[in-house]
Design a protein around this ligand. Structure first.
Ligand SMILES: [Zn+2]
Length: 1081
């Protein structure tokens, strides 16, 4: 039954006036209730509320509008969002709120549903004459709550929550079983343990209260209305783009980068400079803004000098939210700051606000700051974010803490944006707080896997061992008895996601190469909770001392790990190659069942290949079990032959790519050496083994062929990865630097670049080539995922690998892109088998795929930033407690790699760190160099050339050139609110000579000689553990905070080893990963 009625809507016109619209409105008897308790056979498809709950909760319009954040806590269950409440909230708060509501309702990890109360015949109530909009909304929602309660036959109470005291008075005792209470009361009564939600509630309520008492004096120009902005952008009068604040000059300098190429002002090919706060007009770093150009007389230049205490940082550090980093390689390419297009922000098209970590000002400052001591200005960790005004009564208690804050609004009458606190992270300066800060700043959310997620996982325990399912044996190609499958990984590797096989086919004219990858998608079903969690993480996150896995351990370390001697599901690519020419004759893709025979590590595989008599553990075990010598030697020969064939094939493949111009750039420079209990004893310089390259080459090959396959099958919606060629001007610094040593770097093509980098070797100083490769890496753009329908085919090219098509297929355990690619490959195989049955119904559209690609790219960037920042954190914490004057570890050799107006940038190989060295200080003194090389501040002058900089003082003139080795002293500048800064000072113009017999500083004992990063991480972790131990003994734990810490910390063991190996793999497989580590590794 359907009943037609009329409904009057009051809409706001674009000019702000009110428009009355009468709409036909259809009422039905059956509107799904999405509740498992349903007694009426509703058509409840999709997400439903559990019948296990003690009650259901109905927020009214005001609660949805102002406190949605509180309702976003995953712990809150059984939320019924009434249509009336959603409409009203959306009407007053716009698209952003609507999007949040929508994703909340869609996300199965949140226990909430939408009930269309206005379409339900009996719950709908038309607005009465004279009734205000708000009154009607309250009444509608209350009526709907009552209906919902009755619809469930009164089996559970329904609680309506509201901030409206009148509504509470009017309705709270009308219907038994339907309660009307305030949000505060609800949280305190029903969720007493969820303190975080209560605190958030109070913080928002406080902010709302303060907002009412705002001043009316205007500090900024009003933003133009949306339709004016839109028309202006169309006509070319305004330009839209993302605002990027220069973190080194956050108050003064911001740039607007065009969005895509949809820009009418084609004569503009640079960013637009926005100077000062007034012209920035309340835009926050990362916002999508509309700017208007100033007349060219008002254009200004950008700054190129080094900023005090800040090193060079291409990525721009900090922000994980949308915006991306400030591009300093452009700074490098401009020798002087000529006037550039300069503009002002006239409107904001989209706010891209995220959670910000802030520090409270010192208490004395708070007290003097304002008459109203509840409102204070807090300082964001990210230099690019303005101070935020918040209301709190905890300013004194939280003085030394880092706290998460969200922005609420920034009115034209307010000098600073308003915000509210969300959560306390912990005391600033403590390792855990600092690591959490890095996660939050990069929008990385890695809660522990929930019980519901873990319930989806298969079990594998001694009582319930996992077994191959019978159905799978028949549907898969069984390679267990036919193929010699083996893996080659770093020593001690737990998650083996790839294995290999190679054999001569009967007849002897063809051979078969196989790459077998963990079949993760067999266990992770599309749309499952595990899938959604993996999708939102998009990658495993590696920090200097820990990692956060994308998948639960039962998969990543066990059932999806292709361990030796056990049956495992795999996704395979197998090529039939001509045995002599190695040309591909045939390719097969599909699901297989494998049992890896050997779990080799790189060094073992290499020594076997070198003909050394290395012990193979699997064979020794057979020997111990009484296998005959003849059999053993047969097996040994078999394995050796496979390794040799593999090497031959890989050499062939590599040669092929080299012809096409594949690049090898500086990636990992150190390798961890472990003792028997897997502790790192030393970091040794990289000694690349050929077998590393052999394995990498096979993986690249598999990725390439899978890319071809899915692109051919799905030309408009396959997920590929491309690497755009770099912009030529980014190579200027590389070329200038190389020239100082007489090398020419040809950047015309990737082949030319690769060849000339190979030539640029200074035999006396290996660091030169390393630095040149590092600069080349920095000049590169990032490789990115994309959907084939979103890009022209000539843009599919992967510049670094010199391949026309590429994707990620070989690491589904730690990359979500590979999971998608596995599904696409299965769909492609299904389509081949049955051309009638079009599988595209299940496939994501081009638009969805492109959106996903964007998300994964964004998360990868966040992962890189977080990794880099955590490396820097450890470096800072390492040096923080050392006295640079007495501790020899603070003195090190450094190499100059770039010259700036007032100093230079150096690389410190022993710690893998980069920093800025100033040659001029605030008092305008310059660094004078004595005859013995020692340096001191003196009166004098500075003279900068392209590749050198000279200081002249009473003691004479010294010239620092690119690639010179100098001695530096490393210390840490204290910083309450922002990341700690390493301060690098030149102490001698000569290379650092480590003392021949170093007196080890007290407490360090006899150090292994591989001092550097490993020692650094270990020591910082040890100190942090000692500190927390002391704190525990002192205060018997820290209660709430330590619980939160646990949440953030899944793998407690510091695991630099895994990190380095992972990076090694990334670097070999995929060039842009080097960028993240270009400095650090
Ligand atoms: Zn129902």
């Amino acid at each position: 039954m359907m009943i037609k009625t009329e409904k009057t809507l009051c809409l706001k016109s674009s000019r702000g006036g009110k428009v009355r619209v009468v709409r036909e409105h259809y009422l039905r008897e059956n509107v799904p209730c999405y509740n498992q308790l349903c007694q009426a056979a509703c058509e409840n498809e999709g997400k439903t509320l559990s019948e296990q709950l003690t009650h259901y909760v109905v927020p009214d319009a005001g609660v949805v509008r102002d406190f949605l954040e509180v309702l976003e806590f995953r712990e809150l269950q059984g939320i019924v969002f009434m249509q009336t409440a959603c409409h009203a909230a959306q009407h007053s708060r716009g698209r952003r709120l609507y999007n949040r509501l929508r994703s909340l309702l869609k996300d199965p990890r949140h226990d909430c549903i939408h009930f269309a109360n206005e379409f339900q015949l009996y719950s709908y109530c038309p607005r009465e004459r004279g009734e205000t909009q708000e009154k009607w909304q309250s009444r509608s929602i209350y009526n709907a709550a009552v209906w919902y309660h009755d619809h469930l036959a009164g089996l559970r109470p329904v609680v309506m929550i509201t901030e409206d005291k009148e509504a509470i008075a009017e309705y709270s005792s009308c219907t038994s079983g339907v309660y009307v209470i305030s949000t505060k009361e609800y949280l305190e009564t029903f969720w007493p343990d969820l303190k975080a939600a209560q605190e958030l509630y109070c913080s928002i309520a406080q902010a709302l209260l303060e907002k009412e008492s705002e001043s009316t004096e205007r500090e900024y120009t009003e933003h133009l209305p949306a339709e004016v902005l839109e028309a202006g952008i169309k006509s070319g009068r305004f330009i839209q783009g993302i605002l990027n604040v220069n973190k080194h000059r956050a108050q003064q300098e911001a740039f607007v980068r065009f969005e895509g190429s949809a820009n009418k002002n084609t004569d503009l090919n640079s960013d637009i400079l926005v100077c000062g706060g007034k012209h920035r007009n309340r835009a926050v770093h990362g916002d999508l803004v509309a700017v208007e150009l100033l007349s060219s007389r008002e254009w200004r230049g950008r700054t190129t000098a080094l900023q005090e205490g800040v090193g060079e940082d291409k990525a721009g550090g900090g922000g994980g939210g949308g915006g991306g980093g400030g591009d300093e390689s452009q700074v490098q390419s401009q020798t002087q700051s000529q006037p550039m297009p300069t503009g002002k922000v006239v409107g904001i098209l989209q706010r891209n606000w995220r959670d910000y970590v802030v520090t409270f000002p010192p208490w004395e400052e708070v007290q003097s700051q304002s008459r109203n001591s509840q409102r204070i200005l807090v300082i964001p960790y990210d230099y690019r974010i303005p101070k935020i005004r918040i209301s709190t009564q905890q300013a004194e208690a939280l003085q030394d803490h880092r706290v998460i804050v969200r922005l609420d609004s920034w009115e034209s009458t307010s000098l600073y944006p308003n915000g509210h606190t969300v959560r306390v992270l912990g005391k600033s300066g403590e390792l855990e707080t600092e690591v959490q800060t890095i996660l939050v700043e990069n929008c990385i959310q890695v809660p522990q896997f929930s019980e519901a997620q873990l319930r989806e996982m298969p079990t594998n325990s001694t009582e319930h061992p996992w077994r191959v399912e019978a159905g799978e044996v028949s549907s898969r190609l069984d390679l267990r008895d036919t193929h010699l499958v083996f893996s080659i990984d770093p020593i001690g590797c737990e998650d083996v996601d790839d294995t290999l096989s190679v054999r001569l086919l009967p007849g002897g004219t063809r051979m078969e190469l196989g790459v077998h990858i963990a079949d993760v998608t067999h266990f992770v079903k599309e749309g499952s909770l595990t899938d959604l969690e993996a999708r939102s993480r998009a990658t495993t996150y590696y920090l200097a001392d820990r990692r956060y896995d994308m998948l639960p351990a039962v998969l990543s370390a066990d059932l999806c790990s292709l361990l030796g001697g056990v049956d495992r599901y795999a996704m395979s690519v197998m090529w039939q190659l001509d045995a002599t020419s190695l040309e591909v004759c045939k390719v097969w893709y599909g699901r297989t069942l494998i049992r890896s025979s050997y779990q080799l590590h790189y060094e073992l595989a290499q020594s076997l290949l070198n003909g050394e008599d290395a012990e193979v553990p699997e064979l020794s075990r057979l020997q111990a079990n009484g296998t005959s010598e003849a059999e053993l030697s047969k097996r040994r020969v078999e394995l050796l032959e496979a390794l040799r064939q593999l090497t031959r094939v890989a050499r062939h493949l590599r040669a092929h790519r080299d012809q096409g111009g594949a690049l090898e750039l500086e990636g990992v420079e150190v390798r961890a050496q472990l003792d028997s209990s897997r502790n790192i004893t030393a970091l040794v310089p990289k000694q690349p083994l050929e077998v590393h390259e052999t394995v990498a080459e096979c993986m690249i090959y598999a990725n390439h062929w899978v890319a071809r396959k899915i692109q051919e099958s799905f030309p408009h919606q396959a997920l590929l990865r491309h690497h755009p060629p770099p912009r030529q001007e980014f190579f200027n610094q590389l070329q200038d630097s190389a020239r100082t040593r007489g090398f020419t770097i040809d950047t015309k093509s990737n082949k030319a670049l690769a060849d000339s980098l190979d030539q640029a070797v200074d035999h006396k100083d290996p660091v030169v080539n390393r630095l040149l490769r590092m600069m080349a890496t920095q000049a590169m753009s990032n490789a990115l995922y994309f959907s084939t329908g979103a890009c022209a085919e000539d843009q599919y090219y992967h510049y670094g690998l010199a391949l026309d098509r590429y994707t990620h297929f070989t690491s589904p355990i730690r990359r979500y892109a590979d999971i998608i690619v596995h599904r696409l490959l299965m769909a492609a195989i299904a389509a081949d088998k049955d051309t009638e049955q079009v599988p595209s119904t299940a496939l994501a559209s081009n638009k969805d795929q492109e959106e996903l690609a964007h998300h994964i790219n964004n998360r990868n960037r966040a992962a890189q930033h977080a990794q880099k920042q955590s490396t820097e954190l450890f470096q800072s914490l390492y040096f923080r407690d050392k006295d640079p004057l007495t501790d020899e570890r603070c003195t090190a050799d450094a190499v100059i790699y770039s010259i700036r107006a007032n100093g230079m940038l150096v690389f410190v190989p022993s710690y893998g760190l980069k920093g800025a060295v100033y040659l001029k200080n605030r008092e305008s003194q310059v660094v004078g160099v004595a005859e013995d090389g020692s340096c001191s501040w003196q009166g004098g002058t500075l003279d900068r050339q392209l590749d050198r900089i000279s200081t002249t003082t009473a003691t004479g003139t010294h010239t620092f050139k690119v690639f010179d080795h100098i001695t530096v002293c490393i210390s840490v500048q204290p910083n309450r609110c922002h990341p700690l800064n390493l301060c690098v000072e030149v102490v001698s113009s000569k290379p650092h000579q480590a003392a021949p017999s170093p007196e080890a500083p007290a407490g360090t004992g006899d150090k292994p000689k591989g001092r550097g990063r490993s020692e650094l991480v270990q020591e910082v972790v040890r100190l942090a553990e000692e500190a927390s131990q002391q704190a525990k003994e002192g205060k018997k734990g820290r209660g709430k905070l330590s619980k939160q810490e646990k949440q953030y910390r899944q793998s407690k063991q510091p695991n630099l080893y895994t990190v380095l190996q992972e990076i090694a793999q990334l670097a070999l497989l995929d060039l842009p990963a080097c960028e993240a580590m270009g400095v650090g590794a």
